[in-house]
Design a protein around this ligand. Structure first.
Ligand code: CO
Length: 134
């Protein structure tokens, strides 16, 4: 059911510093920062040959990654995103198997303009999983 790894998202306390680290130290192709107020984050996309890294910093007061950064002050891997062909079919299969879909179970439009869902980390080895329909 799941396909390619679409991205790995890393929450960071300092977006400029993290961008410089990926661009200058790791030598990656790093994009410009983009505010995503609907998601409460400011994002920098790092393009790798086989996937993407998303550097996420909090935006606004109720950012969904603020609590994560309080527990992980240096930053850390926040979620990984797998591609699916049909997000509603994927959701129904997961719910049937007992997995918990966050946020009421209806897909939202994600950072790339495509429908996404998040799965409860306690059902997936402690990893927050995003599914994106591509
Ligand atoms: Co993501």
């Amino acid at each position: 059911m799941i396909g390619r790894l679409n991205h790995v998202a890393i929450a960071v306390p300092d977006l400029e510093g993290a961008s410089a680290l990926y661009r200058d130290t790791l030598g990656a192709v790093v994009g410009a920062a983009q505010d995503q107020p609907d998601h409460g984050v400011r994002v920098v996309f790092v393009d790798l040959p086989n996937t993407k890294i998303e550097l996420l910093a909090p935006l606004g007061e109720n950012s969904p990654i603020s609590g994560f950064l309080e527990k992980n002050v240096a930053g850390g891997i926040h979620h990984i995103c797998y591609e699916v062909k049909d997000i509603l079919a994927a959701r129904d299969r997961l719910v049937d198997s007992g997995a918990r879909v966050l946020g009421g179970g209806e897909p939202k439009i994600g950072a790339h303009g495509k429908p996404v869902l998040f799965l409860h980390p306690k059902d997936f080895n402690g990893t927050l999983i995003e599914l994106e329909q591509v």
